[in-house]
Design a protein around this ligand. Structure first.
Ligand code: NAD
Length: 313
């Protein structure tokens, strides 16, 4: 049994990681400001779980927690993960997404923590490289959010090389699954489509729908985090995490309609300016370094997500 901290553990990805670690018999401490995360996401779970409400901009609060017992690893997932929010509030987004990561690394160093696993994003690839996109592709942040993730990754690499904190950054592609918020104004495409369909309405596809994404089921994303916390080859690396399957939004919409078993015509709306046209991960490095092997097909993942959303109604 090991002790883990999860910053952002009351959010979508974090609350799924909490479940996995508790099920594996570990002790988990969640540190979350609840700005987008929810207490309900981690309530009523069996196992050794502690919740600490706090903000990663507050270094003293981080230090108090990190020094409270010996933690094997810190999963640093707390962020304001919306591209649009980062354009509207670049400085606040920077304070949380970039300075917040630096705070976590600095405090991990102060207490001698042996591993930080950081949730980065495929957003920093921009739109120049055709899929499959490997970690060697050039990075071109097209938003403050992407720039903040790139800065954070760089700190993870530097802290591994020069400051004694073995860290790994996982560049997640489009994660979906239970507990992803469908109601947020920044909601992602999968929960948006599925909640529309559950209400008997047609999902709205922006543009021609032939833009592509790599949808990775949250349980596979969680497996990658767990593997990254123990892999001896991971420290200092930046690793793509996706399904490795390129899916168009039209195809996703079709699969969502079949999963929901409703008869609706998909609606189209004008394209979103500046949207990346094609995105899909090359996951060779994740296979080699982490032994990562995504197991859930998009069809199965959509069914599981739909079952979860149905339970909430
Ligand atoms: P989420 O919004 O559900 O979770 C983020 C959590 O961080 C929330 O619980 C929120 O309350 C918390 N938080 C925000 N600011 C905080 C602060 N200042 N101090 C403490 N806690 C704070 O988002 P998510 O989808 O679960 O994303 C988790 C991580 O994965 C983020 O770092 C995100 O950038 C990254 N990521 C997610 C995806 C995806 O598809 N969901 C893709 C790439 C990267």
């Amino acid at each position: 049994m090991a002790n883990y901290i999860i910053t952002g553990g009351a959010g979508f990805l974090g609350s799924n990681l909490v479940r996995r670690l508790l099920a594996d018999g570990h002790s988990v401490t969640v540190f979350d400001s609840l700005v987008t995360g929810r207490r309900e996401n981690i309530e009523g779970l069996e196992g050794d779980l502690e919740f600490v409400e706090g903000d990663i901009r507050d270094t003293a609060a981080l230090l108090e927690l990190f020094a409270s017992k010996a933690f094997e690893s810190v999963f640093h997932l707390a962020a304001l993960p919306s591209v649009r929010f980062s354009f509207e509030n670049p400085q606040e987004a920077h304070d949380v997404n970039a300075t917040g990561t630096l705070n976590v690394l600095a405090v991990a160093r102060a207490v001698g923590c042996s591993r930080v696993v950081f949730a980065s994003s495929c957003a920093l690839y921009g739109d120049e490289t055709p899929p499959p996109i490997s970690e060697n592709a050039s990075v071109k942040p097209l938003s403050p959010y992407a720039a903040q993730k790139l800065a954070s990754e760089s700190y993870c690499v530097l802290y591994t090389q020069f400051l004694g904190v073995p860290s790994v950054a996982l560049r997640f592609f489009n994660i979906y699954g239970p507990r992803q918020d469908p109601a947020s104004e920044y909601a992602a495409v999968v929960p948006k489509f599925l909640t529309c369909l559950l209400a008997g309405e047609a999902p709205v596809v922006f543009g021609d729908g032939e833009q592509t994404r790599d949808f990775v089921f949250v349980e596979d994303a969680v497996s990658a985090l767990v593997l990254a916390s123990s892999s001896l080859k991971a420290p200092g690396k930046v690793v793509n995490i996706g399904s490795g399957v390129e899916t168009s939004i039209n195809h996703l919409a079709g699969l969502a309609v079949s999963a929901a078993e409703v008869e609706v015509e998909i609606r189209h709306a004008p394209a979103v300016p500046g949207e990346v046209r094609r995105s899909c991960a090359d996951i060779t490095l994740a296979r080699n370094v982490l032994n990562f092997n995504p197991e859930t097909t998009l069809e199965d993942g959509l069914k599981k997500t739909l079952d979860f959303l149905t339970m909430l109604i």
